[in-house]
Design a protein around this ligand. Structure first.
Ligand code: IVH
Length: 670
């Protein structure tokens, strides 16, 4: 890579960071998780470390937070409001202490003030002659916004100090936050409690701020005239005397080992707290030492934030709901008290199936640990049995479909030779409401008809309004009615109409997939469409009860055939297929018919070398051949790999079928 390439990558990342900074600090509406945001920051910092020629005034190494908004008056902090560097494990902590020893050039026993790191917004309160003069946000660390009136609405912030020995001039700093229980009421407007706090604090009108129950906990000082305290812990005690709220979990610990132990215990305890905590802050307790250690460009050498792992949290199961999926599967979902897991508010967790609930004995009212990893749906890891209510009862899973009242069954899985863990509604079609809605969602999904502007939410809405009850209704919508719906208008209605029109031309493979038959995914849809070539053949095959002939297709097995037969045994499902065929322009599957293997059929037995079955199959098809999965007189070649089934070879020989090796197949293909 040239220097210019690297610079380009770097500037793009800085631009990206600016965008998210703005969304986060200015708009209080982040679109990426905190973890992703940190990742981006780290990428930039690492690039700067590697290539010293990279420089930007917007580097996260220089900028803390975001430039103050134009909405508020600005205020330069007398003492900058810096951030803390992070530690994630014992090694990071030992390194932190080692750096202190190096800096001091001496190995001493260090005591730490340990404080929960509340996940809120920091603010600085400037008091003179016992009166709150000005309250400022952190801003970019150097210059903040004057938000005095908004801060004054917070009951934890004293506007006048009555305690006799209060310093003449002092800046008290702490965290503004919102309690978990209060956040629940605001969860539709903000991504997480911290954004709720930040958003409310930065309302132009303090009356708006007052509506939201914000809290303040004090933990440090900025400018402090005539500071005579010797320890951070002593300062914290005085804060309390002066009338500020301090954290009741603050404590002093004497070694890294003690810190690690405390962290381990607190990590679980934090879920019982009334507010979100994302780690512990460790500060060198001795203020003289703090003074000697001072700051690096953006964080103190004397403090560090020891973060908690971000991807799990404890919360309460409020209810267990049963969702019915497209294929009739009954999936239990835990509705939980909203909880912030790594920057995302989680209020649903999948419980997978009936067996999983039994195995973990998850009950309504339980306190459970929920994990969220990447984009996977959050799930329950374990129940905290110590917190179980004595009157709680095991969850009883419904035996009738909660949507249509039909019987449900657990099937016997022929492959695993076990009863399925999943319970299903036997009503495989449009007669069960929930199944019908889910089938329509599948019909319009990306891999199926891919209709822009008609997402899952719109389908739900149109279903509720009675506009769509069957897939074909999509092509007969009343756009005049849609135009007048809440959140719609001429433009969006027109756009929807256009994308629905565009979706009418569809390949046979996509069409077969879009019907949403269980066990007929994209791959199997392709196999079937290659076999039938056009949709009328497919309809004929169904009408004539000849679905068994698909058994000859390599890749299609009994499971798929049973599923197809089940689905089309309901005449309504075939009717929908016929209706859609009238509306849609379903393209025939074009298979090249003039390759060297034209009219030749192949079957495999045994393991091939250096090539997968799938690849071999696709090679044959590219050359106009076909592959089938059972021996009949129609078969031309049986290709044998390692450890072939002897019976198949014997059968083939009986029919007079040519038995060839993999090498010979390659020769045939040239
Ligand atoms: S001390 C220079 N103490 O964490 C020292 N900060 O990344 C910085 N925070 O902006 C502040 N609890 O919003 C300190 N007990 C605590 C804290 C705390 C939460 C936040 C604060 C700060 C951020 C640092």
């Amino acid at each position: 890579m040239t220097k210019d390439d690297i610079k380009k990558i770097y500037t793009n990342k800085i631009k990206e960071l600016n965008k998210h900074n703005n969304l986060y600090y200015e708009k209080s509406k982040p679109i990426i998780s905190d973890a992703k945001f940190d990742e981006l920051k780290n990428e930039i910092i690492n690039l700067e470390k590697k290539y010293i020629f990279l420089k930007s005034k917007n580097s996260p190494n220089i900028v803390v937070g975001f430039t103050p908004s134009k909405m508020f008056e600005k205020h330069k902090h007398k003492v900058p409001m810096l951030s803390l560097s992070n530690a994630f494990n014992s090694e990071d902590l030992h390194n932190f202490e080692k750096k202190i020893f190096n800096y001091l050039n001496q190995n001493i026993k260090i005591e730490y003030s340990v404080e929960p790191k509340i996940d809120g917004i920091s603010a600085s309160l400037y008091y003179k002659k016992k009166k709150l003069i000005i309250g400022v946000s952190r801003g970019d660390g150097k210059v903040g916004e004057v938000i005095t009136e908004n801060l004054k609405t917070i009951k934890d912030i004293p506007q006048e100090i009555t305690y006799p020995n209060f310093p003449e001039e002092i800046e008290i700093r702490g965290e503004v936050f919102i309690k978990k229980k209060d956040f629940i009421k605001l969860k539709d407007n903000f991504a997480n409690p911290r954004n709720a706090a930040s958003g409310s604090l930065r309302q132009k009108n303090p009356i708006e701020t007052k509506k939201i129950p914000l809290n303040f906990i004090a933990y440090t000082f900025g400018y402090f005239q005539g500071n005579l305290f010797s320890f951070q812990s002593e300062f914290l005690k005085n804060l309390k005397k002066w009338g500020f709220k301090t954290n009741k979990d603050n404590k002093v610990l004497k070694s890294i080992n003690e810190l690690l132990n405390f962290h381990k215990n607190f990590e679980n305890k934090r879920f019982d707290l009334e507010y979100d905590v994302d780690g512990l802050v460790y500060k060198v307790n001795d203020l003289n030492l703090q003074n000697r250690l001072g700051f690096t460009s953006n964080s103190p050498r004397w403090a560090i934030a020891h973060k908690f792992s971000a991807d799990s949290a404890s919360t309460k199961v409020l209810n267990i709901e049963i969702q019915v999926g497209r294929t009739g599967a009954l999936t239990p979902v835990a509705k939980v008290e909203p909880v912030n897991i790594g920057g995302v508010v989680v209020s649903n967790a999948t419980l997978h199936n009936e067996d999983e609930i039994k195995r973990k004995d998850i009950r309504i009212g339980d306190i459970v640990k929920i994990e969220r990893a990447g984009d996977v749906i959050p799930h329950v890891i374990e129940v905290d049995l110590n917190k179980r209510n004595r009157n709680s009862k095991p969850f009883s899973f419904p035996e009738k479909c909660p949507s249509c009242g039909s019987n449900t069954i657990k099937e016997f899985n022929k492959i695993t030779k076990k009863i399925d863990a999943v319970r299903r509604c036997v009503n495989d079609g449009y007669d069960c409401e929930r199944i019908a809605v889910e089938k329509i969602k599948h019909f319009i999904s990306k891999e199926a008809l891919n209709i822009d502007g008609l997402g899952k939410k719109v389908v739900e809405k149109f279903w509720d309004l009675g506009l769509i009850k069957k897939p074909q209704d999509i092509f007969n919508l009343n756009y005049l009615e849609i135009k007048n719906l809440d959140g719609w208008g001429s433009l969006s209605a027109d756009n929807l109409k256009k994308s629905i029109e565009n979706s009418k031309k569809v390949s046979l493979q996509r069409f077969i997939y879009s019907i949403g038959i269980r066990h007929i995914g994209i791959e199997n849809a392709k196999l079937i469409s290659d076999n039938v070539n056009n949709v009328n053949h497919l309809i004929e095959t169904i009408k004539k009860n000849q679905l068994n002939k698909f058994l000859l297709i390599d890749g299609i097995g009994e499971t798929q055939i049973v599923s197809l037969k089940n689905f089309f045994s309901n005449k309504k499902n075939l009717d929908i297929l016929i209706e859609l065929n009238k509306i849609l322009d379903i393209e025939n599957q074009i298979v090249s018919k003039n390759g060297i293997l034209k009219n030749k059929s192949f079957m495999f037995t045994g393991k091939l070398n250096g090539i997968s079955r799938a690849e071999a199959k696709s090679l044959i098809e590219k050359n106009s051949g076909t592959t089938i999965s059972s021996i009949s007189k129609n078969l031309d070649y049986l290709v044998i790999g390692d450890k072939p089934t002897k019976r198949k070879i014997d059968q083939a020989k009986n029919f007079g079928i040519k038995v060839i090796s993999q090498k010979e197949l390659i020769k045939l293909l040239n």
